[in-house]
Design a protein around this ligand. Structure first.
Ligand code: FES
Length: 158
């Protein structure tokens, strides 16, 4: 009689242990697959291609300032950007004019060959890298596409 109870207890013990292990395993698999099945926030970003200028206006060497307009959540947005020509062998790039410190608008100072922020005197090189001051990271670069019918940048709208 006692032997039978001990066997039964072991059976129940193993059943419960197995059930707990299977439960934890199921939860673990669900967490892992859920993590990789769900797209990251970066994947959910929405971009809009915005026309900047004619192809001929893209600088080969030097900096030109442009204002672009687009709709974001039914609101008309305007943003200043810079097209930077880096010579014949290097493709031009588009930089945001928004300072990465606290969001003021930087200006291109030809005499200094630098973008200068009027708020806290942060300076950036022609390629957008930080030269001095409080900006923590370079100017944000926008994807620039130059086609025969114009130059376009991809602006995040969502
Ligand atoms: S906002 Fe540009 S340096 Fe502070």
């Amino acid at each position: 009689m006692i032997k039978s109870t001990t066997t039964l207890s072991r059976r129940i013990f193993f059943k419960r242990t197995t059930a707990i292990c299977v439960g934890f395993g199921t939860i673990l698999v669900a967490l892992i697959t859920g993590r990789f099945a769900t797209p990251s926030k970066k994947d959910l970003r929405i971009f809009q291609r915005v026309r900047v200028c004619d192809e001929a206006q893209v600088p080969i060497l030097g900096v030109k300032s442009f204002e672009i307009s687009y709709l974001q959540q039914l609101r008309q947005m305007t943003q200043r950007i810079f097209l930077v020509g880096q010579g014949m062998d290097t493709p031009p790039k588009a930089l945001s004019a928004i300072c990465t410190h606290l969001g003021c608008q930087v200006e291109w100072k030809r005499d200094q060959e630098a973008f200068v922020c009027p708020c806290h005197k942060g300076t950036y090189a022609m390629d957008g890298t930080v030269l001095s001051g409080p900006p923590p990271i370079p100017l944000h670069e926008l994807t620039l596409t130059v086609l025969p019918d114009g130059a376009f940048v991809d602006v995040q709208v969502g």
